[in-house]
Ligand binder design. Structure first.
Ligand code: NAD
Length: 273
């Protein structure tokens, strides 16, 4: 008879996880949570984030994991293949991929966006995910798990975010297709859909101004008031660790028969009427 998964805690002992966008926000907490659960980590981010990436590596070490850092722009397809190959040689194997790197571009009505404003988020948020998958798949074997970080904007539209929402929807199509392609090899692919998360991506003056156009110099508290109204639960945002817990579940054997699905972590944002 097939063995069942033992234990009540998601564990990833003896696994190696690669996380993109690892220098900040959820990328960093993903690395730490996976290390706390037993994994070694390949933490990848762009060169300009090298200092913050080193800080992530030190936090992973504090959590008991070995951390290998790699720098590359995720849109550089050949660069990603080279960076991943080199890191996997060092790490010895690869079992978990978290395609997390992304940008939240400046707001604009669809018809106002310039070519460059439209293209840049699609390059990073879609092509960057595809490049991550393309670079890592040759290293993955049966039992591996790919987790792609989308957004609630990957399941619904938003205000003046056509470029972001189009990209976050696109990776759902990529994940569903990949799940079909690699399922027979025992590899799983899922997307995670955070709502508002307390990271530098949204905790900044530009986002506060977008959320509170009624105020001249809105603060984080002003933005929190606006965001709390979007959620079913009485919180303005979730913490990055809440998303990392979902990532750990999808990375671990706890979810061994979960593939091609969308896991939402949004304090009820999607369902709010
Ligand atoms: N914060 C939110 O409210 C929220 C909500 C839903 C989804 N998301 C998604 O979660 C993911 C992580 O977001 P976060 O909030 O932690 O953001 P963050 O801005 O804190 O971190 C993003 C990281 O990605 C890296 N990155 C950006 N462009 C890159 C590139 N071209 N190559 C390599 N690395 C690059 C950055 O250097 C940074 O370290 C993103 O995909 C984002 O779209 C965020």
């Amino acid at each position: 008879m097939e063995k069942t998964v033992r234990g009540t805690t998601a564990r990833v002992d003896d696994k190696v996880a690669l996380v993109t966008g690892a220098a900040s926000g959820m990328g960093r907490t993903n690395c730490i949570r996976l290390a706390e659960a037993g994994a070694d980590v390949i933490a990848l981010d762009q060169t300009s984030a090298a200092e913050a990436l080193a800080e992530t590596a030190s936090l992973v070490a504090d959590a008991g994991g070995r951390c290998i850092t790699a720098t590359c722009d995720v849109v550089d397809v050949e660069g990603m293949a080279a960076a991943v190959d080199a890191a996997v040689v060092q790490a010895g194997r690869l079992d978990i991929v978290v395609a997390n790197a992304g940008i939240y571009p400046a707001a604009g009505f669809s018809w106002e966006l310039t070519d460059a404003e439209w293209q840049r988020p699609l390059d990073i948020n879609v092509t960057g995910v595809w490049a991550t998958v393309k670079a890592t798949l040759p290293h993955l074997e049966s039992g591996a798990s790919i987790v792609i970080i989308s957004s609630t904007n990957g399941l619904k539209g938003g205000a003046r975010v056509a470029h972001y929402a189009a990209g976050k929807h696109a990776v759902v199509g990529l994940a569903r297709t990949l799940a079909n392609e690699v399922g027979p090899r025992g590899i799983r692919v899922n997307t995670v859909h955070p709502g508002s998360v307390a990271t530098p991506m949204i905790l900044n003056d530009a986002v506060f101004a977008k959320l509170r156009p009624d105020l001249e110099h809105p603060t984080q508290n002003d933005a929190a008031e606006a965001l709390a109204k979007r959620n079913l639960l009485p919180v303005p945002w979730v913490q990055p660790e809440d998303v990392s817990n979902a990532v750990l579940f999808l990375a671990s054997e706890m979810s061994r028969y979960v593939t091609g699905t969308q896991l939402v972590v949004d304090a009820g944002l999607l369902q709010k009427v």
